[in-house]
Design a protein around this ligand. Structure first.
Ligand code: NAD
Length: 354
């Protein structure tokens, strides 16, 4: 077999297991910090207050206004608050929205971040930040954006509602599926991708039935970590670009959009990325990647149509035009008619087709 690749590991310290939040005070100290600003969404403010209590005199305060898509106004307000309370590090407790706020603060101040993820989005492992200003989302990649430390505490994922667990898990699996066919894929990332998909495929069906099952929760969070590394290490293609276009143009919810689109984008690339899709199928214990993903999302009762997410039918043409506007690499080149058919099927909730 002929190998040819570049492999670069990103330097995040990862602490994984049940009850690991308790190690937060030591981890703050390890960074040489003394005043940690705790971040959360309004929905998770009580959690953030408990974390501030755990930190005691090392807590600088709580900022609980993290918002989806990281609006610049919120980040600027949080930076002003961080300065006012003299914070020398941030602790982001929550999903991708809160992790995004921590990254936005780090970008503006250079403060080190500790991420404590409570969904499966994977943002905590990436040096990538998407920010929104006046309705326009831009994405950038910089070393300062990458959290220094990530604490995966399985106990914190137990309250993630079954529906959000399913869509968040499918969102994470999308990182791994695209990493397997990325132009800059490498053997290590591909191993992680396959294992990440397998971890979710075996745990998500249990989680939607029994959300408190610790073993399944642990397996899913483990999958989230692996898939987060995939997102950080490999270039993303059709799937992520289409979700970005759809989310931006029709204000669709992030994880749900990924969940709807994944079987369809996998089907689109099934022939052009046959080797990758074979690995996806193997991880899903299925004979075909797209069918396996479609069946999994059905079993999880995840949304299967863009229509049910609120996209108008007239949006199919607009989304196709937007998707075709900025060409990018994909295993199968973008063909307008085929992309339109793909989006049409995803809109109507029809089964995926190559
Ligand atoms: P989210 O962070 O918006 O969380 C959704 C809701 O669930 C929030 O109200 C949150 O408070 C709540 N929640 C989170 N964890 C919970 C738990 N354990 N129990 C109960 N409620 C909980 O959703 P998300 O899908 O994690 O993140 C989406 C955002 O992350 C998007 O803006 C997306 O662009 C971004 N993202 C960025 C990257 C990156 O690398 N930059 C990667 C993935 C996602």
């Amino acid at each position: 077999m002929n190998h040819d690749f570049i492999y670069e590991a990103l330097p995040t310290r990862v602490i994984f297991g049940q009850g690991k939040l308790q190690s937060l005070p030591q981890e703050v100290e390890k960074l040489g910090a003394r005043k940690a600003l705790v971040l959360s969404t309004p929905q998770q403010e009580a959690w953030a207050r408990n974390v501030a209590e755990l930190l005691g005199s090392t807590a600088a305060g709580v900022y609980s206004n993290a918002t989806m898509h990281t609006p610049v106004e919120v980040s600027e307000e949080a930076v002003a608050y961080a300065k006012r309370v003299g914070a020398d590090c941030v602790v982001a407790l929550g999903g991708g929205s809160t992790t995004g706020l921590g990254k936005a603060i780090a970008l503006r101040t250079g403060l080190p971040q500790i991420a404590v993820p409570t969904t499966y989005a994977g943002s905590e492992m990436t040096p990538i930040l998407g920010e929104t200003e006046k309705g326009v989302k831009t994405t950038q990649r910089q070393p300062v954006i990458l959290p220094k430390t990530v604490i995966y505490d399985v106990d914190l994922s137990i309250t993630l509602p079954p529906a959000l667990s399913a869509t968040s898990g499918l969102n994470a699996m999308a990182h791994a599926v695209e990493a397997l066919y990325a132009q800059n894929r490498n053997p290590v990332t591909s191993l992680m991708a396959e294992e990440g998909i397998a971890a979710f495929a075996r745990s998500l069906p249990t989680i939607v039935q029994s959300p408190k099952d610790i073993e399944a929760r642990s397996d899913a969070l483990y999958g989230a970590w692996l898939c987060g590394i995939c997102l950080a290490s490999a270039g993303m293609a059709l799937h992520h670009k289409l979700c970005h276009v759809l989310g931006g143009a029709f204000d669709l919810p992030h994880a749900e959009t990924h969940a709807v689109m994944l079987p369809h984008t996998a089907a689109y690339n099934s022939v052009a990325a046959a080797d990758a899709m074979q690995r996806v199928a193997r991880a899903l214990n299925s004979t075909d990647a797209a069918t396996g993903l479609w069946e999994l999302s059905g079993k999880l009762k995840a949304p299967q149509s863009l229509k049910q997410l609120g996209m108008p039918e007239s949006g199919i043409d607009r989304a196709t035009d937007l998707a075709m506007k900025n060409p990018y690499w994909n295993p199968r080149p973008l063909q307008a008619e085929a992309i339109r058919a793909l989006i049409g099927r995803a809109w109507a909730g029809e089964a995926p087709q190559p």
